[in-house]
Write a protein that binds this ligand. Structure first.
Ligand code: HEC
Ligand code: HEC
Length: 349
């Protein structure tokens, strides 16, 4: 039921932002793409996410099923593409027949990053898996956790900051290729610029909405992408209470060997995030957001690491962004507090 509801909500958001005036709520993959046999009824804008989720589940690139990694995706006559269709059908049937239609099973359930799922049984002596971390007897007060975070990052000091100018590097997954990045922030406005040689990508949050430009042309972004640009901009303020209307403690979990508090948070416009706070330092170390698709949730995850002090307030200097098949890192090089720049930079079109 929840799934159906979020799905409908997603479809509505799609409808609103696309400004579609027809009576149907969203364009289906069957309508938009040329050679669709199974995913006919899927909202067309899930295509990229679903293809990335399938690739990540099998640990392959697009070319494993399609002729190449860039284009001609509608071409037929490839064995793996045909098998993938059977697998899609099998996966949907499993969910329909055994899991009340909820997307419980997906490609990753069996494939786990391998094109050939491993059917071997474990032969090593079993190590008890019921090791859910000991949970606190009394639920921690979420507002105390937020206060601890605010004190740790220096939110009060940050509130007095008029402008920020950050220089950073975007590091690609090969760990070698980098692109220069600059971020300008003034009050709630944040502009991020990434230079891929002559091609400059700008992401703007103007205090109300998010947009993206490649050189001077606007790039269409999906509602969930816009939401992520907005949230990353908002988080620069460090003021979680103004971002999230509702926050609930869920569990103590392990993240890279450290104990963290997991908080489920909802913004005033009903967007959900999971927030993970380091139990010792109180710092926010991970945020993740989920967008529903026909193959279950598509996850966007951000890890905030290597916090450094920049004169009374702390910022993470290594930020890892990840979603299925797409990863990059931002390395912060320099932070200038109170930088002077023209407000015009926030006017793009
Ligand atoms: C595991 C196999 C597999 C992988 C990997 C895969 N695809 Fe697909 N792709 C398919 C199948 C199967 C279809 C057709 C779905 C249907 O018939 O409903 C398809 C359809 C498409 C379509 C629609 C083409 C059209 O016009 O009909 C696009 C676009 C696409 N894929 C892009 C990609 C991209 C980009 C990647 C890499 C990120 C990718 N795919 C990775 C199996 C795969
Ligand atoms: C219930 C388990 C299960 C699920 C779920 C599943 N698969 Fe598979 N898949 C398998 C098994 C088992 C094989 C290997 C069959 C064999 O070796 O001949 C396989 C094989 C494949 C192959 C052929 C690989 C090759 O190298 O020939 C592709 C492509 C594939 N799956 C794609 C998918 C996609 C895409 C999904 C999700 C839509 C998916 N599978 C979901 C179990 C599963």
């Amino acid at each position: 039921m929840i799934i159906i509801f979020t799905f409908a909500l997603f479809a509505c958001l799609f409808f609103l932002t696309e400004g579609n005036t027809q009576t149907k709520h969203f364009e289906t993959a069957g309508q938009k793409f040329k050679s669709i046999k199974i995913l006919n009824e899927m909202p067309a804008d899930q295509m990229g996410k679903v293809m990335n989720m399938m690739s990540a589940s099998l640990g392959v690139k697009c070319g494993f099923c399609h002729a190449s990694d860039d284009g001609d995706y509608e071409k037929e006559g490839f064995e793996h593409k045909d098998i993938a269709r059977q697998m899609l059908k099998m996966t949907f049937d499993l969910n329909k027949n055994y899991f009340e239609g909820k997307p419980e099973v997906n490609c990753s359930t069996c494939h786990q990053g391998h094109a050939h799922p491993r059917a071997e049984f474990p032969l090593a002596p079993a190590i008890s898996q019921d090791g859910r971390l000991k949970q606190p007897e009394k639920k921690p007060d979420v507002f105390e956790l937020i206060d601890k975070y605010s004190a740790a990052v220096g939110t009060r000091t940050r509130a007095g900051i008029k402008t920020l100018h950050i220089k950073a590097l975007r590091v690609e997954p090969d760990g070698v290729t980098t692109e220069p990045e600059e971020i300008w922030a003034k009050n709630e406005k944040v502009l991020t610029e990434t230079r891929y040689g002559d091609y400059i990508v700008k992401e703007l949050f103007d205090g109300t909405s998010a947009s993206k430009f490649g050189n001077s042309s606007k790039i269409d972004i999906k509602p969930d992408e816009a939401e992520q640009i907005k949230r990353e901009a908002q988080l620069l303020s460090g003021d979680l209470r103004s971002i999230y209307q509702k926050m609930d403690f869920r569990a103590v979990e392990l993240l890279d060997g450290r104990k963290v508090y997991r908080i489920d948070a909802v913004t005033s416009d009903k967007q959900s995030d999971r927030l993970y706070f380091d139990m010792d330092s109180g710092l926010l170390v991970r945020r993740s957001s989920a967008t529903p698709t026909v193959l279950g949730f598509h996850i966007f995850q951000v890890d905030y690491l290597d916090y450094k002090d920049f004169g009374g307030f702390k910022l993470p200097t290594t930020i890892n962004y990840a979603m299925p098949q797409i990863y990059w890192t931002r390395k912060v090089l320099k932070v200038e507090n109170g930088a002077k720049f023209d407000d015009q930079i926030f006017t793009l079109n």
